[in-house]
Ligand binder design. Structure first.
Ligand code: GLN
Length: 258
């Protein structure tokens, strides 16, 4: 089996080390004999309907998001069609914000989004920075195989406050940290198989259950129902547990909801 993963704006949206998610997806696919081709798509480069089975986009500073917002207007119809076709996508922070309706930075004009995720973002003058642990949305938990943990753990660093049009579209509930806006205890957003969140870290290397879920969705979409053979994830789960324990130990009491 083979998959094509589009990495959107790897040069433009790359300052929070999110490339580790690409490495994790490639590793976990190829360990199972699945050929995963990573195709970078930069600003101004074409994105064709039906040319990819997975998509990833990372985070970036407000300035880079201005350029990304403009280019996304030329790609949004393809992205929306891919979402309707069930293509799994993972967007982190800056790209997450731009997969919603808009991102209004603290300074400067509102940046138009793709209008795919049912959310919008308005920057706050106080940045939300720190470890972030969330409990996966029950509706998503029930679809993830070999669920050894119902948590996702990462690191957040954003000015944006993201508001969901429907809280049931949240990726999960904040256990430690700020999440979407530091107020309604939601984190991330999902529609179809499109996921957005504030979890840098990189997210997937220490959340193997979610990495496998994305691969399973892509394969199922292309080939029909599949069951992924388990990998030896001793180190990945050790990293997951240690990151959660460290987040719990260091968290400010006002940012702990356990
Ligand atoms: N520039 C956006 C913000 O500050 C996104 C930051 C990011 O991608 N980490 O909210």
């Amino acid at each position: 089996m083979k998959l094509t993963l589009v990495h959107l704006y790897p040069k433009l949206l790359n300052i929070y080390g999110d490339y580790g998610n690409i490495i994790a997806l490639k590793y976990r696919a190829e360990k199972r004999g699945i050929k995963l081709t990573v195709r970078p798509v930069e600003v101004g480069e074409p994105l064709k309907n039906g040319s990819f089975e997975l998509l990833f986009a990372g985070g970036g500073q407000d300035q880079q998001q201005v350029t990304a917002s403009r280019d996304l207007q030329k790609k949004k119809m393809v992205l929306r069609a891919a979402s309707d076709a069930g293509v799994p996508m993972l967007t982190i922070c800056g790209s997450f914000q731009l997969f919603g309706d808009f991102f209004k930075p603290f300074a400067g004009p509102k940046l138009k989004g793709v209008g795919l995720l049912p959310a919008y973002t308005v920057a706050d003058k106080v940045r939300k920075i720190g470890n972030l642990v969330i409990k996966l949305n029950p509706s998503l938990r029930s679809t993830i195989d070999n669920l050894k943990s119902d948590l996702l753990v990462g690191f957040e660093n954003h000015s944006g406050n993201t508001w969901l049009k429907d809280k049931s579209s949240a990726l999960g509930k904040v256990v430690i940290g700020h999440g979407n806006n530091g107020k309604d205890h939601t984190e991330g957003c999902r529609i179809n198989n499109v996921f957005g969140c504030y979890l840098h870290g990189s997210l997937l290397p220490k959340n193997p259950h979610f990495a496998d879920h994305l691969i399973k969705l892509a394969l199922t979409n292309k080939y029909g129902p599949v069951k992924l053979k388990p990998l030896n994830d001793r180190l990945e789960w050790q990293a997951h547990r240690q990151a959660v324990a460290r987040a719990k130990k260091l968290a400010h009491p006002l940012l702990k909801y356990i």
